[in-house]
Design a protein around this ligand. Structure first.
Ligand SMILES: NC(=O)c1ccc[n+]([C@@H]2O[C@H](COP(=O)([O-])OP(=O)(O)OC[C@H]3O[C@@H](n4cnc5c(N)ncnc54)[C@H](O)[C@@H]3O)[C@@H](O)[C@H]2O)c1
Length: 411
């Protein structure tokens, strides 16, 4: 057996007892992932606003303790980890209770309704010294993990642009549509995923500097935006882009595009990923999240829990907890995302590039844009090199002194 080096801590596999706050849409996805595949981690307490939905959840997932008191669930002695799956306006209250009872906390996205709220939560968990994880599942999808590894290994060269798109026909509960409870519309709900995806490709240590955003309420009778597109400029010159909508028809469209000096990645995570099915409607059933139809030609998803990243996300969270280290996504990441989204909301109003206000920045500082000048010879920079369809090798060059652009063709 290989012996451990001084820096390595032996890993003890611990069974984690979880308090689940919220028995709705995401609480159930989380429980399916946590307790699926004969997992050892268990939800031991469920809190929900309505007793009947808490009881239904408890019956479905064999949860021994049911309560309509958030604090009672968190405070229980057997609870080691609290998983927040509540509407956005309740995240802060739940986090503060976890700090009071010194319980490890993992919180769904977005961390806060704005950066100020996220900052209070970050500050509180760090002062309380408790484990904190930010449940951004879309940076844990199998496709993202593979793509990100390639980016880290330099397969794409220098990252220039990273775009992430999440659009669907709108969320499923009343509170999402209430700007006060949700903190915004499609930008806060879906943009949080897209910003963290693009930020991860560009480098989480690279500071997001400013944001330009268009947002509008095009279809729904709500005060928040139902559609938006934004650009996020990073200190190294890379650009992040998010496209979000609650008015998109046809299902859940999740796509990333990454462009580097040496390569490109296109990821389609949900709609039309190679599994197509037709049904006349006989026995029509659930197809996949946000699917708008269950007849005709359909695009099912093989394993939603895995394709959406929940399994890998909880694996990272609980392994980190066992090793007493930070997971890949922490409340700090949630705070940075909120700060970018605050700037997006401001820009949508002012129609100007708005600075990202980060009172706490833990990444690199003073990063400069990489040079775009590629050396060819003593006199020239290389613009482009190619082999033509008629077999010639062609180079396009720029003279360093005169700036003149010339081409050279070898027959
Ligand atoms: N992919 C993802 O990561 C993802 C997907 C969907 C939702 N979410 C996030 O999960 C959180 C919950 O969203 P959801 O879709 O599960 O919502 P939901 O409406 O389906 O469930 C909310 C749960 O909170 C409980 N609750 C307690 N107090 C409440 C109150 N005052 N008002 C309303 N509900 C109350 C409800 O009983 C319910 O169990 C949100 O922060 C949302 O952004 C994340």
């Amino acid at each position: 057996m290989r012996s451990l080096t001084n820096n390595e801590q032996p890993t003890t596999i611990r069974i984690m007892n979880i308090s689940m706050l919220g028995s709705g849409f995401i609480g159930r996805f989380y429980a399916d992932s946590l307790q699926g595949y004969r997992s050892k981690d268990k939800v031991v307490s469920i809190y929900s606003r309505k007793e009947d939905s808490a009881r239904k959840f408890a019956a479905d997932y064999q949860v021994p303790h049911v309560t309509t008191s958030m604090e009672e669930s968190i405070a229980r002695t057997e609870v080691q980890v609290v998983c927040i799956a509540l509407p956005n306006d309740l995240h802060e209250q739940a986090v503060m209770l976890c700090c009071k009872h010194k319980k490890a906390v993992i919180c769904t996205k977005p961390l806060g309704r704005n950066a100020a709220e996220a900052m209070r939560m970050l500050d509180a968990v760090e002062k309380a010294g408790i484990f904190n994880g930010y449940l951004e599942d879309l940076v844990y999808t199998p496709k993202f993990i593979k793509a990100h590894e390639s980016v880290k290994n330099g397969v794409l060269g220098r990252i220039l642009w990273a775009k992430s798109r999440e659009t669907h026909p709108g969320p499923h509960s009343d509170w999402f549509w209430d700007i006060t409870k949700a903190g915004g519309g499609a930008i806060i709900d879906l943009g949080c995923h897209c910003v963290e995806i693009a930020r991860s490709y560009i480098g989480k240590d690279i500071k997001p500097m400013e944001v330009m955003c268009w947002a509008d309420t095009q279809v729904k009778p709500i005060d928040a935006e139902d559609h938006a597109i934004g650009l996020v400029k990073y200190e190294n010159g890379a650009i992040g882009q998010f496209e979000v909508s609650w008015t998109f028809r046809g299902g859940l469209d999740l796509r990333d595009e990454v462009m580097g000096t040496e390569g490109t990645i296109w990821i389609n995570s949900f709609l039309r990923t190679g599994f197509e099915m037709f049904t006349s409607g006989t026995g029509a059933d659930y197809v996949s999240e946000k699917s708008e139809s269950n007849t005709g030609w359909l695009f099912p998803v093989g394993d939603e829990l895995n394709e959406l990243g929940y399994n890998h996300m909880f694996m990272d969270m609980f392994s980190a907890l066992e090793k007493n280290i930070a997971p890949r996504e922490t409340f700090y990441d949630g705070y940075v995302v909120n700060a970018v989204l605050d700037a997006a909301y401001k820009s949508a109003k002012t129609k100007l590039w708005e600075p990202v206000k980060l009172d706490v920045w833990r990444g690199r500082v003073g990063v400069t844009k990489d040079s775009h000048l590629v050396e060819y010879d003593a006199e020239h920079y290389l613009i482009k090199e190619e082999v033509t369809h008629y077999g010639s090798r062609k180079v396009i060059l720029k003279n360093k002194k005169t700036g003149r652009i010339v081409e050279r063709v070898d027959a």
